[in-house]
Design a protein around this ligand. Structure first.
Ligand code: UD1
Ligand code: CA
Length: 450
């Protein structure tokens, strides 16, 4: 039997944030969600999350994570005190307890699997993950013999200079024999620099403690401050880009681009510099994104180009050109072979295939049929100060430059709107509508003749 417990009760003082540390985001997911995901391959009988600082907020974030038991630690008197809170809920439990620090988000599931199986085969009372770090500052130091048997862990701040020179560090990830741990947990003392109960002190109270060193030290990065948060973001982004390059995506300048884990790409996609994808983006074959674009929850067909533009919560067909400098806002659907050009904003609108909005337009709350040509500077006046209204433009219609379409308004098919018109009434199919003052010309007018 296996139980997994994640320590997530700490405040994260060193982050200097109003947000509890374990809720800080990293490539689109919170630290604690990432830690929970690293144990996804195991099928534990119990999953417990120790919460304390802003417990309600942490619980709310994880409420959809089924089968999680929340255990309150109040006050937060150290990692050993946190695990002491499990004595009641795990009373009578037999088997292993995997303890994961809630601020170690880069662990691979395979590493956790290996820790548990190593522990099971060695029959130690505890097996803990360690890493040799070039800069071990801040981490607990692990003292072990050549066979991997651990005699103790000393926190950085409690180490002598000589002890600090040891760069074998504690990752904060432990597989315990629960019954043995339960015996020693009540014996912890606060005899250390922070005056807290340290989980690491259980190691010397247990008979047999073993360590397992990870090969990739990046995996055990712990996050205590914003610098470490940024370093971990860098590691994750690198992993994501490497993965997609292996899958056939070209990055012109990889380091300048960021992705979320929920993105997917077709074949021969090219990502130009300074381009960022957030949320769940689906990008079809041969798309060219950037330079300088932001896509958030965007779904693109094949052969779409997006240059210096923002596309958010939108569905775009194939063979579409977007930008430069376009803003496609939520609930927009752009059909195949459309063109959205310079300085164009589109919100909550549907554009059927072949429609062009090439220059300086705002299209909001609108339905445009196929092959509509929206003239430069056309605006849908969708807001009357209180409510938003719909503009409909039938297929094959063309609006003149600088048209204002005052919604609600329906423009039929194959309509032509004269340049500079303000359209307030429905226009039937196949007509020309002009809504502007007639030009007045006074011949022979000499402005100096007075
Ligand atoms: C801890 C380890 C250290 C290890 C490092 C790895 C101890 C005493 N030290 O140090 O050996 O090298 O992690 O990253 O365990 N937490 C609670 N309740 C508390 C205190 C903390 O739930 O009362 C949680 C925090 O939310 C956090 C985790 O435990 O997720 C670790 O706490 P933190 O204070 O960051 O420990 P470190 O000083 O990093
Ligand atoms: Ca930490």
């Amino acid at each position: 039997m296996l139980a997994v417990a994640v320590l997530a009760a700490g405040k994260g003082t060193r982050m200097k944030s109003a947000l509890p540390k374990v809720l800080q985001p990293l490539a689109g997911a919170t630290l604690v969600e990432r830690v929970l995901a690293s144990a996804r391959n195991l099928t534990p009988e119990r999953r417990l999350l120790i919460v304390g600082h802003q417990a309600e907020r942490v619980e709310a974030q994880l409420s959809s994570n089924g089968g999680l038991e929340f255990v309150l630690q109040q006050p937060q008197n150290g990692t050993g005190h946190a695990v002491q809170q499990l004595l009641a809920p795990l009373q009578g439990f037999q088997g292993e307890l995997l303890v994961l620090n809630g601020d170690v988000p880069l662990l691979r599931a395979e590493t956790i699997d290996a820790l548990v199986s190593t522990h099971r085969s060695s029959k130690a009372d505890v097996t803990l993950l360690t890493a040799r770090l070039d800069d071990p500052t801040g981490y607990g130091r692990v003292f072990a013999d050549a066979k991997g048997r651990v005699s103790g862990i000393i926190e950085h701040r409690d180490c002598s200079d000589e002890q600090r020179a040891n760069n074998l560090t504690n990752a904060g990830i432990y597989c315990f024999n629960w019954e043995k741990l339960a015996e020693v947990l009540p014996k912890l003392s606060t005899d250390n620099d922070q005056g807290e109960l340290y989980l690491t002190d259980t190691v010397q109270l247990l008979d047999v403690a073993m360590q397992m060193e990870v090969s990739d030290p990046d995996e055990v990065n712990g996050i205590n401050n914003r610098r470490q948060l940024a370093q971990c973001e860098g590691v994750l982004q690198q992993r994501l880009r490497d993965h997609w390059m292996d899958e056939g995506v070209t990055f012109v300048d990889p380091a300048s681009c960021t992705l979320s884990e929920d993105c997917s790409f077709g074949c021969d996609v090219v990502i130009e510099p300074q381009t960022h994808l957030r949320g769940a983006c689906r990008i079809g074959d041969n798309c060219r994104l950037g330079p300088g674009s932001l896509l958030d929850n965007a779904e693109l067909g094949c052969d779409v180009s997006v240059v210096h533009s923002v596309v958010r919560d939108a569905l775009v067909g194939s063979d579409v050109a977007i930008g430069p400098f376009a803003h496609i806002r939520p609930a927009t659907i752009v059909g195949d072979s459309c063109k959205i050009g310079n300085f164009v904003e589109i919100k909550k609108s549907v554009l059927a295939a072949g429609t062009k909005v090439n220059h300086l337009s705002y299209i909001g709350d609108a339905e445009l049929g196929a092959n509509v040509n929206v003239g430069a500077g056309t605006i849908t006046a969708n807001f009357d100060g209180k409510n938003k209204h719909l503009t409909v433009i039938g297929e094959g219609s063309k609006t003149g430059a600088n048209s204002v379409l005052v919604a609600p308004v329906v423009i039929g098919k194959n309509v032509t709107i004269g340049a500079g018109s303000t359209i307030t009434k429905a226009v039937p199919d196949g007509s020309l509508a002009i809504g502007r003052a007639k030009q007045l010309t006074k011949e022979g007018w000499d402005r100096n003749a007075k």
